[in-house]
Write a protein that binds this ligand. Structure first.
Ligand SMILES: Cc1ncc(COP(=O)(O)O)c(C=O)c1O
Length: 379
């Protein structure tokens, strides 16, 4: 075959400018890959903020009930799930946008509201999908510096800086509450004031992927403000506390006109029927949710006690993970932990080169991680 160019380069050059410069999202290493590569058995994965208890048993039943219908397309309107969510959240089905994970909803926001001539605002150290969806469109990212520890918790979103980063081109602001990988959060009064002050020509996305885990008196439930702000979208997911990460299902709640715009760019069958049925079943098992949250709290305590015993600094987190300052090249510590059969997440790509993010696992998994970390750091 005749080749007139370096084909790789040519194809890359054909891509949209934003895509050319994109650094893809690095997922946590799968267990199977680690075990294959290193010849290890019984490895533990504390790298992707998953629910170590797994889903509710009711979910497994609901999945089985779907098997006879796998040849059929799913309900593209998600009628049953939207109804169930609407009832529980006190909104109408038209307020809800379902996504293939809440990541999908974040991408719908970018596709519906950003262009190569507009900008999105988010914080330094914020969830990696915000820069990715912004850049894929070719929109500008106005990255606001995070708190440096002088006026608010170090690494936390600085809403004053975020407000200052909004310019005439800004169409979207992404706020993770709490944020991943820092586990930091913004309090109700501050967040509410921010939403009030942002021009209503700017879509404010409040990403509550870890909402169910948080137990702080000042932690806001931004869903309650939907009726007041036409530019507000609150996103949540079934991937974390509900334990359905593999099925990919999340949602956004907003006023109907905003949901209508997201719906225009949504693929007609973006959420599959197994995920839809599983999510309905998961919602009906609030005991399992409570058990998951309870286990997370105990695991977090175990982990922070262990980190303190190792004299390591960490960022206080309200999520199901904690970012630890390992005091040296975290990439190397990550590699050494892999050899110990423990997968965590280096967060250098978040501008935190000395940190590792450890997800909360079962008690035995947390113990494995702490023991391995102790051995690696003693070398
Ligand atoms: C802050 C935040 N938002 C959104 C997501 C997306 O999760 P999913 O697409 O599984 O709903 C994650 C996942 O890690 C997250 O950490």
């Amino acid at each position: 075959m005749r080749q007139r160019f370096d084909m790789n380069q040519t194809i890359a050059e054909l891509a949209a400018p934003g895509v050319q410069a994109l650094r893809p999202y690095t997922p946590g290493k799968p267990l199977s890959e680690l075990e294959r590569e290193y010849g290890i058995r019984n490895a533990v994965k504390l790298a992707s903020n998953e629910n170590p208890l797994g889903p509710s048993p009711r979910v497994l039943q609901a999945l089985q009930a779907q098997f006879p219908d796998l040849a059929r397309y799913p309900d593209g309107n998600g009628f049953a799930l939207k109804g169930e969510l609407a009832r529980r959240l006190g909104v109408a089905p038209q307020n809800i946008t379902l996504g293939n994970g809440s990541n999908d909803v974040l991408e719908l926001v970018a596709r519906a509201f950003l262009t190569a001539r507009s900008a999105a605002v988010f914080s330094a150290h914020a969830f990696a999908v915000y820069p990715i969806v912004t850049q894929a469109i070719g929109a500008r990212a106005n990255v606001a510096a995070a708190h440096d520890g002088s006026r608010g918790p170090k690494f936390a979103h600085d809403l004053e800086a975020m407000r200052a980063a909004i310019d005439a081109d800004t169409r979207v602001v992404f706020i993770a509450n709490p944020n991943n990988p820092t586990g930091t959060w913004v309090a109700e009064r501050e967040l509410r004031a921010f939403v009030e002050q942002v021009p209503d020509t700017v879509i404010v996305v409040i990403d509550e992927a870890y909402f169910e885990y948080v137990d702080e008196p000042d932690y806001p439930n931004a869903m309650q403000w939907i009726g007041e702000f036409s530019n507000l979208l609150v996103t949540r997911t079934f991937s974390k506390a509900y334990g359905l990460a593999a099925l990919r299902i999340g949602y956004g709640v907003s006023q109907a006109p905003l949901a209508d715009m997201l719906n225009r760019v949504r693929q007609p069958f973006n959420v599959n029927s197994l995920a839809l049925a599983a999510a309905v079943a998961a919602l009906t098992d609030q005991d399992h949710l409570a058990a998951s949250v309870h286990a997370n709290r105990a695991g977090m305590q175990q982990l922070v006690d262990g980190l303190r015993a190792l004299q390591l600094d960490f960022i206080p987190s309200v999520g199901n993970f904690v970012a630890v300052d390992v005091g040296r090249d975290a990439g190397q510590v990550y590699e050494q932990l892999l050899r110990e059969g423990v997968i965590v997440r280096p967060v250098e790509n978040y501008g935190m080169p000395g940190y590792l993010r450890i997800s909360i696992g079962l008690a035995a998994e947390n113990r494995r991680a702490l023991e391995a970390l102790g051995r690696v750091l003693a070398r």
